[in-house]
Design a protein around this ligand. Sequence first.
Ligand code: 4AD
Ligand code: MG
Length: 431
Amino acid sequence: MPELTTIRELRNYAGQTVRIGCWLHNKRSSGKIRFLQLRDGTGFVQGVVVKNEVDEATWEAVSRLSQESSLYATGVVREDPRSPGGYELSVTGLEIIQITEDYPITPKEHGIDFLMDRRHLWLRAPRQRAVMVIRARIIRAVQEFFDSNGFTRVDPPILTPSSCEGTTNLFHTKYFDEDAYLTQSGQLYMEAAAMALGRVYSFGPTFRAEKSKTRRHLIEFWMVEPEMAFVDHEENLRVQERFVSHIVQSVLTNCRRELETLGRDVSKLERVQAPFPRITYDEAVTMLREMGFEFSWGDDFGAPHETAIAEKFDRPVFITHYPTAIKAFYMKPQPDRPEVVLCADLIAPEGYGEIIGGSQRIDDPELLAERFREHELSEEAYGWYMDLRRYGTVPHSGFGLGLERVVAWICGLDHVRETIAFPRMLYRLYP
Ligand code: 4AD
Ligand code: MG
């Protein structure tokens, strides 16, 4: 019996006999021929069974195969330019592992709640597989970029005694006799790490008890958070545009077939090359008013505002210098105009919204202490953070990229719920 191989590897076996472990995705028949769509996780291949070319037991086994039945298939690999992977399998033998009965996700349309309740099975669908493959490629591109640009990966804690992004959406838990929160962002710890290692990045899960139910919010999402010593606002943006371009180009190079499965218009992604356009918050407000929005200076942008601005550009756009009052306590004010901060949100094209939030950080100990008082942050919980300004403070900047928002944009999905294997959402903890 030939050794087991995978569908992805079939191209190395043209003309040879192979054996694969797989599931039946679909089948159809035409006279004395059966076409089996087989999947093994690495890809899909069509198995062709011809009645006169197999023994009776194999032919009989084919007729019993139902959707998601598991099996080993043996056959000869044939080059076939018409099939999606470029190869076909002329089946010579089948060993059934299990005949599946009543698989709930049939090729017909299902409602989203039905699919979400069966997410553990829905993941097997070709589109869902394509999204997971692209997500994994994005993660790889993230690591490639930072590992080859002088950054050291540091993992901040998940259980924390204090908040980073305000207290409204904190997840509370007990930590023995103390109170603790699930991290909203590793940033404050990454600032400490940057003072030790220069350029650092983290990649891990973050949690926000968002009570809003939108296409862009998850309760548990993954964030990439670089932090850089001696880097100012301008350089922070240059790192971000190179970083995002690298991710998109890497997916275009390595995931053509998956993008095709998703029906993604790749010409829109091909344009995503640095540099990215930059507009200030003030300019964005003017643009919005010209487009007919009623908008007061000092308000934050909502999804419709971000979408309207993004439509003016063919690649991601930075909106910089937001009002100090609507941004986080740690952002550095513009020295000659302290009512705005040295920050930027990066807005993805095509209505996908904010994919990055970042800023230069306050490096002056007095100003930071003032902010603590204004925001009523306890010196006890944040004392260690103050130490970073007390012992060799330097200008530094960083940002956070939301992985699921980027996956949704690159894959062209209209909701973040399909960007992670098991999404945690408002009112959904199962499966
Ligand atoms: O803009 P945010 O809140 O920034 C921070 O947390 C900073 N401390 C990051 C830093 O500078 N190190 O979040 C960063 C990004 C957003 O731009 C968005 O892409 C994503 O995280 N994000 C979410 N993604 C999915 N679901 C949610 N509920 C999200 N909240 C933020
Ligand atoms: Mg933000």
